[in-house]
Ligand binder design. Structure first.
Ligand code: SF4
Length: 556
């Protein structure tokens, strides 16, 4: 096996292991987002659009500088999407193209697409919209393996467990019956699977079609590796048989096999392997043997820049969808629950590269990719789906694994004050309010004591009220509400606390928010928070005097 293949497989396994390790509890100091931080498109796209200096992403710059020496080694050795494309190409086993069909000269027009796409993405940044998430190879690979492959693997493992349990019980080994494999599911997984499968099927047209023609990170590496210091050289033994030209997965070798388009070469060493004369080597040299580099053309560059800018402006002014109605006099873009510690919405969308690392790490599986609920620019960003699962108090992994700081890394104490939203009660669905039946589930499950039960006129049973100042928006009530379908108590982003910097605890306290986990000492709280919109819970009635209470209730 070629040296390149060995290294590529080893690094892919490292990528998979790090992604696997993005789980609760997270090992201290383990760089689970290492590969994401190496992607130069994430580095430049995120920093430009957010206008902030993100020190942790500077490894991407180091990798880019290394391309000046080693050429596009990242594409051939490090990129997990490149490894996936190689595996798909191997399975597709397409017929090798003829010599002229794969020479560097015959492909330049299509190979220029990647430069055009790169330029379009960076022009969209001028409009203040980050489209990096659509094209960053590492983000795409991380998202694909998180949202699509990981849940399928867990399901398969669970099926295997069924066999293991049966065989072991036949053998009298009962311990296997206690084994369990957690299931996870993700919204938009089918869309993601189709998206990536389509990308891999491009291999039917050409090997490594994505890497040679489309990938903007590949374009950045190509720009840095026009004259690498370690480069392909061919000695006099070459008989001009063309084996290397046919086998090159990137179409980087010229019709004269001695010449190489270095910016396209991913140093895969395949030409060295197939050469019957051992005429090819890769070494440190300044030999002038370059084939003409791909030229995207000025006019096409201007056109792609305009297209990127227009796309950015369109997305920026896209309403997406609205909530409320003209009658309510409240029309605003749909807001959704974001992970605790998420930056304010606009900054969050600028920084989030939709890698899915936070969703992979989330132990309750409440973080789900957004579909088109918030418009096109929100696709694949994480939302908190409280009906599906709640946000665990003792976990702060989403912020710890986020490579771009779209979700701030918070200590558990600080995270408690990062209010996700506020629960409100839909009285028409609540069985205590509407049907006058006893139900205490939201009150009992709320970890912050934010639900209080009070008697009201005309009801025999007490009914729930939300104390907004104590509600952290964790979603346990919505998740456990026994009403079928949409819950009777739901968490809305109303009252969310999202800070760009500074202390959540101090800000929350300044707003009169008091979050104490159940069993805490805090017992008195204020009901004075003014109503702000239609989702605000009604005023909670005061505790009635003992002689007004139903039998069995006390006022303390
Ligand atoms: S918020 Fe989640 S999906 Fe977005 S960049 Fe951070 S980890 Fe990736």
């Amino acid at each position: 096996m070629r040296f390149q293949r060995l290294v590529q497989i080893a690094l892919f396994v490292l990528f998979a292991l790090l992604l696997w390790q993005a789980k609760y509890p997270l090992a201290e100091g383990l760089p689970v987002d290492l590969f994401l931080r190496l992607d130069p498109t994430i580095l430049l796209g995120t920093m430009l659009v957010s206008g902030t200096w993100i020190t942790d992403l500077f490894r991407g710059l180091a990798v880019l500088l290394l391309a000046l020496v080693l050429g596009r080694f990242f594409c051939g050795y490090v990129c997990p999407l490149g490894a996936t494309v190689d595996a798909a190409d191997w399975m597709i086993r397409r017929k090798k193209p003829g010599r002229n069909g794969n020479a560097a000269e015959g492909n330049t027009r299509i190979q220029a697409w990647k430069y055009l796409l790169l330029f379009a993405v960076f022009c969209s940044v001028l409009a203040g919209v980050s489209l990096v998430f659509l094209v960053s190879p590492i983000s795409l690979a991380t998202r694909f393996y998180t949202v699509t492959v990981y849940p399928v693997l867990l399901s398969l493992a669970d099926s295997c467990l069924w066999f293991v349990e049966n065989i072991s019980s036949y053998l009298g080994l009962d311990g296997a019956g206690y084994l369990q494999i957690k299931h996870v599911s993700f919204n938009a997984n089918v869309f993601t699977a189709f998206f990536v499968t389509g990308l891999l099927l491009l291999g039917l047209l050409r090997p490594r079609f994505w890497c040679r023609n489309v990938c903007p990170a590949g374009a950045m590496f190509a720009l840095c590796s026009r004259k690498p210091m370690v480069r392909r050289t061919v000695n006099d033994r070459c008989t001009d048989c063309g084996a290397c030209i046919r086998s090159c997965p990137m179409g980087a070798i010229s019709n004269e096999p001695q010449r190489t388009a270095h910016s396209e070469c991913i140093v895969c060493l395949k030409c060295m392997e197939v050469c019957p004369e051992n005429a090819v080597s890769f070494r440190w040299t300044f030999e002038k043997n370059a084939a003409p580099a791909v030229d995207p053309g000025k006019r096409r560059l201007v056109l792609s820049g305009c297209a990127g800018l227009a796309a950015g402006l369109l997305l920026k002014t896209n309403v997406g969808s609205v909530q409320g109605s003209a009658k309510d006099l409240v029309i605003s873009r749909v807001r959704i629950l974001r992970p605790p510690g998420a930056l304010p919405e606009e900054a969050f969308l600028d920084r989030c590269v939709r890698c899915g690392e936070c969703m992979k790490a989330c132990p309750t599986n409440t973080l789900q990719p957004v579909w088109f609920e918030t418009g096109i620019d929100g696709v694949w960003s994480p939302k908190l789906a409280a009906r599906y699962a709640a946000c665990e108090q003792a976990c702060n992994l989403c912020g710890r694994v986020c490579p771009t700081g779209a979700v701030r890394p918070l200590s558990l104490d600080e995270k408690k004050y990062a209010k996700i939203g506020t629960a409100f009660i839909d009285r028409s669905r609540c069985i205590a309010w509407e049907e006058d039946r006893a139900c205490l589930i939201c009150d009992e499950i709320c970890p912050y004591n934010a639900i209080v039960m009070r008697p009201v006129t005309d009801n025999r049973n007490t009914v729930p009220f939300v104390n907004e100042n104590k509600c952290n928006g964790c979603g346990y009530c919505e998740n456990k509400c026994p009403v079928l379908g949409e819950a009777a108590i739901r968490v809305s982003p109303h009252g969310e606390l999202r800070l760009f910097d500074g202390s959540y605890e101090r800000t929350a306290q300044a707003h009169g928010l008091v979050f104490h986990a159940k069993g805490g000492l805090e017992e008195s709280f204020s009901f004075t928070k003014p109503k702000q919109d239609g989702n605000t819970s009604p005023e909670i009635p005061p505790v009635p005097s003992p002689d007004q209470l139903p039998p069995g209730f006390t006022s303390d």
